[in-house]
Write a protein that binds this ligand. Structure first.
Ligand SMILES: *Cc1c(COP(=O)(O)O)cnc(C)c1O
Length: 442
């Protein structure tokens, strides 16, 4: 290496860290991330890829945009509850509540007296106001946790009676029978895959029964020669001494009251009215809130779960409680808005987008997705794009937001159903870039 070799004059780390842009980034992103960018830029200078006086600029260019590697995505799939991109986006009210709760908050303190209070009392009373049929409520980490807690508290060491038609796999290899077995409860399967009768349940009830579990098959449908037992009928199931058997209804989707737009989707209020002792559900499916497991039911059964030692391991943090309460008390969340958008409402937005890009509008069917209303179609419209552009939309250059479109029948589809209307222009700009690359491709 000669004296004239520019690699000799690569700026030192402390000099680079004093660059105002990198100092500012250290405040936002943390020193570790900035140091990594600085040493990456120095490495590039050593390899002769940048000049010594360009190293600071190169370090700035290497900085990630945010401290978390989670990248925001605009959902243009038309799938309302998409598990791989975080299910429900929060309402503006819930986002604000999360920000407010991010510091110190009175999550477990009565500010009037300074005494300890019931954790998350606000979210719990919001739940009870939303579902007056429930005597009490409890919130845990997710729907699976709610089910684990319910079966553990009611049936560990005893039997959970469940129909063979409801032994479902919910996603990512998560199987209900395995989950229940992990709690130490024994699964007592009754009926067959397609037909289960009240008699099957009644014959299975005995001294070993912990509870009856009804699971909503939220991601598939069985058609044809099928028969299942409704919750109301299960009231007839009694122990040998005549006492009632606790019935747990895992409704999955988290609808609190019936929604005429989703006629076949179970809801917590109807399940409790029909006699369920407990309802378990997710907070981030059709309710449109944060990831959470909701437990609603008669007060003494909920109390049994609350006092179980496992409840402490499954509890939720203040951010979840804040977002859940604001979802329940605030304006309709984005999931609700997306589910209730009509094809007529989507048409002008889609036409504007298509016209700006010189593309065609095609009729499509959106989906509820993520464990709700299987097979239920949401009629709408989409802009058709080449499949190759779908990939580029996912990994855009520079400051352009990532957009997730859908691929169906060999074509790319951009469906605005789940895109907030005020972000339509962002989708247009991202598409313009992805399609321009398309035109340049050979
Ligand atoms: C989604 C779902 C679950 C699991 O809920 P998570 O919140 O994902 O843990 C359990 N049961 C049913 C019926 C579901 O649809």
């Amino acid at each position: 290496m000669s004296d004239a070799d520019p690699r000799r004059s690569i700026p030192r780390t402390d000099v680079l860290l004093a660059d105002p842009r990198l100092m500012d980034a250290a405040g936002r992103l943390g020193r570790t991330i900035v140091r990594r960018a600085v040493s990456g830029a120095q490495d590039r200078a050593r390899r002769g890829e940048v000049l010594p006086d360009e190293v600071a600029d190169a370090a700035v260019a290497l900085l990630p945009r945010r401290a978390s590697t989670l990248t925001p995505v605009l959902n243009a799939t038309g799938i309302v509850v998409h598990t791989n991109i975080g299910r429900a986006p929060l309402s503006a009210a819930a986002v604000q509540a999360v920000l407010d709760a991010a510091g110190h908050v009175d999550v477990e303190m009565d500010l009037a007296t300074g005494a300890r209070s019931r954790r998350g009392a606000g979210a719990l009373s919001a739940l009870r106001e939303a579902v007056p049929a429930a005597g009490d409520a409890l919130v845990v980490n997710n729907g699976a946790a709610a089910l684990v807690l319910a079966t553990t508290a009611l049936a560990a060491g005893r039997e959970v009676i469940v129909s063979r038609g409801e032994l479902v796999e919910i996603g990512d290899g998560f199987r209900l029978p395995d989950l229940i077995a992990s709690t130490g409860a024994r699964l007592r399967e009754v009926g067959t895959t397609n037909r289960t009768h009240l008699r099957d349940y009644i014959d299975a009830v005995g001294p070993e029964t912990g509870c009856i579990l009804k699971v909503h098959p939220s991601n598939f449908r069985v058609d044809g020669f099928v028969s299942a037992v409704g919750l109301a009928e299960l009231r007839a199931a009694r122990r040998p001494d005549g006492s009632p058997v606790a019935v747990v209804a895992d409704i999955g989707s988290g609808l609190l009251t019936h929604d005429a737009a989703l006629p076949d989707e179970p809801d917590a209020t109807s399940a409790l009215d029909d006699g369920a002792s407990l309802v378990t559900a997710s907070g981030d499916k059709l309710l449109g809130g944060p990831q959470a497991g909701l437990v609603l039911g008669d007060a003494s059964t909920v109390e049994l779960l609350r006092r179980h030692p496992l409840a402490r391991a499954l509890r939720v943090d203040k951010l979840t409680l804040a977002a859940l309460e604001a979802t329940l008390r605030g304006p309709e969340p984005p999931v609700w808005v997306a589910l209730h958008l009509t094809a007529d409402e989507l048409r002008p937005r889609t036409a504007r987008l298509a016209q700006a890009l010189g593309r065609d509008v095609v009729g499509v069917e959106g989906r509820v997705g993520g464990g709700g209303a299987p097979g239920f179609a949401l009629p709408g419209w989409a802009v058709e794009i080449p499949v190759a552009a779908v990939e580029r939309l996912r990994r855009p250059p520079g400051d352009i937001p990532a957009v997730l479109a859908r691929v169906e029948g060999g074509r790319g589809l951009v469906d605005l159903r789940c895109v907030p209307a005020e972000r339509d222009d962002d989708v247009r700009d991202a598409l313009a870039v992805a399609l321009a690359d398309e035109d340049r491709a050979p």
